[in-house]
Design a protein around this ligand. Structure first.
Ligand code: ADP
Length: 426
């Protein structure tokens, strides 16, 4: 499932990026053709202007006559080797050929005065081939009067070669870049899938753990009920079995409530469900409820609360539940004769609640995991005390929903301190 999603992500990434790349390559090629042709035309224009300015134009019997320059580089009937030109042609104002150098010329001027790309037939290595030329036809003016035309042509070979090179680079570069884009897409797809994968794994682990936790008590209920039905026992035995069933069903009910709590109360709390709460009063009532439990377990339970009220916006029932979970853990994991202390203090912006015990403590390796759902340091001991490994996960979820923070420090055999940090009412 994840591989398919990752492949899809990589595919769409490569497709969109590839599309942009091909478009970009096409536009670059077009701009390169435009730019090079413009430079080529400019050079050709300059050359033809130089030739035009070298010609002598004079009036002879009422007609303008053009006498081309007898420059050595032009030659008399052939273009010199150093010249790139294929032909130079002069026409009079009526469009009749006056003179040409290079390739033979038509008697009448056919082209309009502008740049043109034309193909001429030739042969290369005995094979017939065509050569592409760029031709310019320039009107010759004397005193603002048209006296003739100059036509010059140059092969497009260097331009074609340069464009062939650009095409080759693009033909090699585009597939290579597409390959890199594909690999990057696959890699990014992996990164993008990570949170989903983690959430999915967590959910799967949670479901497996929850089912596992429910299976054991359910089996106990079933076996007790089946044995009770099978053998005709005395009423005392029957009573014992029924008591066991009730006890197990209660524990299952508690587990289900915890699971429901965790699944329903995900995320931050809605502002309208919060109300101003005096933390001192809330903790005082909690101490009152819990003292009996501590005494039964032979523990000394003390508290340190400020005199004045500490107000914050909270859901009082949820806050009570979070602190109760910390206190009942402290009672559970502190042997008889130990001490448990509940403290409340404030900083400029936060209320700090601390639950400290001198109990069995938590090994350093387990400390980073204790807030995970179903995590228990000592499974046997925890189960014995009726724990599912959900108490701290619930406390953390409640505190996070109040935009607070819960942390723990502990030393094995010395004790643990759990700290809740909550933002004060602004
Ligand atoms: P449980 O219901 O098993 O107590 P919790 O989520 O409340 O589950 O706690 C997770 C684990 O953290 C417990 O199983 C226990 O091993 C450890 N733990 C929590 N609080 C204390 C504490 N005050 N002292 C020692 N160990 C603790």
């Amino acid at each position: 499932m994840f591989t398919r999603s990752r492949r899809n992500l990589a595919y769409w990434f490569a497709l969109s990026m590839g599309g942009i790349l091909v478009l970009f390559a096409g536009v670059s090629y077009y701009l390169s053709v435009e730019g090079q042709l413009q430079a080529f035309d400019q050079a050709l224009y300059k050359k033809s202007k130089a030739i035009a300015s070298g010609a002598t134009i004079r009036l002879h019997r009422g007609q303008w006559q053009i006498e081309p320059e007898e420059a050595p580089w032009l030659g008399s009937d052939r273009l010199s080797r150093s010249s790139d030109l294929v032909y130079v042609r002069w026409y009079n104002a009526k469009g009749y050929l006056v003179r040409f150098i290079g390739l033979p010329a038509p008697i009448r001027l056919t082209a309009v005065p502008e740049f043109q790309t034309i193909a001429i037939a030739g042969s290369q290595g005995g094979e017939p081939s065509s050569q592409w030329l760029r031709q310019i036809t320039l009107p010759l003016l004397q005193n603002q009067q048209l006296v003739g035309y100059l036509q010059v042509a140059e092969p497009l070979t260097p331009l074609r070669e340069s464009l062939d090179r650009v095409r080759l680079y693009l033909a090699l570069g585009v597939p290579v870049t597409l390959g890199i884009i594909g690999i990057t897409g696959w890699f990014l797809g992996g990164i993008a899938m990570q949170p989903t994968r983690r959430a999915y794994d967590q959910l799967q682990r949670f479901t497996a753990d929850a089912s596992h936790e429910l299976r054991a008590p359910l089996a106990a209920v079933l076996s007790n009920a089946q044995v009770g039905l099978m053998s005709p026992e005395d009423s005392a035995q029957q009573h014992l079995r029924l008591e066991k069933i009730v006890e197990t069903a209660k524990s299952m009910s508690a587990l289900i409530s915890n699971l429901l709590f965790l699944s329903r109360r995900e995320g931050a709390l809605a502002l309208e469900s919060l109300k101003p709460v005096d933390l001192v009063a809330l903790l005082r009532s909690l101490i009152h409820d819990q003292t009996a439990q501590a005494t039964t377990q032979g523990l000394t339970f003390t508290s340190q609360l400020p005199e004045q009220a500490v107000t914050l916006n909270a859901d009082p029932d949820l806050l009570k539940q979070a602190v109760t979970n910390l206190l009942s853990n402290a009672f559970k994991y502190t042997p008889s004769g130990g001490n448990v202390q509940l403290r409340l203090s404030t900083t400029s912006r936060h209320a700090i609640i601390q639950v400290e015990d001198n109990g069995i403590g938590i090994p350093a390796a387990d400390l980073p995991h204790i807030f995970e759902r179903f995590y228990r340091v000592d499974t046997a001991r925890s189960r014995q005390t009726g724990g599912f490994g959900l108490g701290l996960a619930i406390a953390q979820q409640i505190i996070t929903a109040h935009r607070g923070r819960i942390t723990a420090t502990s030393t094995v055999e010395k004790g643990s301190t759990f700290q809740i940090e909550l933002p004060l009412k602004g």
